[in-house]
Design a protein around this ligand. Structure first.
Ligand SMILES: [Zn+2]
Length: 322
């Protein structure tokens, strides 16, 4: 009797230890493991990230960090959502080049794209970090802290070493920054995904980094933005002399990424508008939108996001009507 009791206790202890060591191993594996560095143009690389929101498994890594290797330097665009992600991106860059990282560009104020900045200041205190002037303003006025707190909460503490490293270099629309043999051209927007969006054209490589002005295979969040504004930005981007589009989330492709995402936005906005004109209530509109969105039904987060997207569209339509 006693013997069975002790062997049972032993078995429980052993399985407890296995679970403990497995979770310790989980924490020590590289945050980017399973996500390859991809060379997408002559000088441009990116790491296609997970499509889910921040959680304990992805530890706040959920965007598409990109980097450009110039003759003497490295340029980083959107280094990720935590300092832990930024440090892992830096390690990936080191697998390709020893050049110093001299410039970082951020696409907008949402922290999943830029809280990784901190890792690049740790590596080079003279690094210059650029963004839309409104991004710098809003991050400084409290948005940075909102994202720090949200990351801590959603990743269950995996982002604990992250502090806000807000860009200091405010860009102008159409500004070109020459870094050795590479030109980064900034395209600033007024109100699209947010009030703070910059898209970056890597001129020599014909690559466009859209930030969240374009999503691929994942439903967007448009609470801080505008359907009309975002669609106008996509039209503008379609006219640029680019061949490759790296969206804020999801796989990189050609300009079809822009067309596809514009279709997503226009289906939600125009169907909502039509049904409002038919005097349907908000809860009656959602199923009508779902009916026409079949092509996008498998996008990550679609089911969770579509109700909110319809309400955001309805608000914007009301604002535009009155
Ligand atoms: Zn965003």
């Amino acid at each position: 009797m006693k013997k069975t009791y002790y062997s049972k206790l032993g078995a429980i202890l052993i399985s407890f230890l296995i679970i403990l060591s497995a979770s310790a191993k989980d924490q020590s594996t590289d945050i980017l493991s399973g996500y390859e560095t991809k060379k997408i143009a002559e000088h441009t690389w990116f790491i296609p990230g997970p499509l889910e929101g921040p959680n304990p498994k992805n530890r706040g890594f959920m965007n598409n960090p990109a980097f450009v290797i110039t003759e003497k330097s490295v340029i980083v665009l959107d280094p990720g959502g935590t300092v832990e992600t930024g440090r892992a991106v830096l390690k990936r860059i080191r697998q390709q080049t020893k050049n110093p990282i001299t410039h970082v560009f951020n696409t907008h104020v949402h922290g999943d794209h830029w809280l990784g900045n901190q890792a690049f200041v740790e590596a080079n205190k003279d690094v210059k970090i650029y963004a839309h002037p409104k991004m710098i303003e809003l991050a400084t006025d409290g948005e940075a802290q909102v994202w720090i707190d949200m990351m801590m909460d959603r990743t269950k503490g995996a982002s604990k070493e992250t502090i806000a490293t807000i860009p200091t270099e405010a860009l102008k629309d159409q500004q070109e920054i020459k870094i050795d043999n590479i030109t980064i051209k900034a395209h600033l927007n007024e109100k699209a995904h947010t009030l703070t969006d910059a898209m970056y054209e890597i001129v020599e490589d014909k690559v466009l980094i859209t930030g969240d002005n374009a999503f691929n295979n994942r439903a967007p969040r448009l609470d801080d933005g505008s359907y009309i504004g975002n669609m106008a930005v996509l039209d503008k981007a379609l006219k640029l002399p680019i061949e490759i589009v790296i969206p804020g989330h999801g796989p990189a492709r050609g300009k079809e990424v822009l067309e596809n995402f514009k279709e997503f936005l226009s289906l939600v906005y125009n169907t909502t508008k039509k049904q409002m004109e038919n005097d349907l209530e908000a809860h009656e509109i959602k199923p009508k939108v779902i009916e026409v969105m079949g092509k996008f039904k498998d996008w990550t987060n679609y089911e969770g996001a579509i109700g909110k997207l319809v309400s955001v569209a309805a608000l914007e339509i009301e604002e535009n009507d009155f």
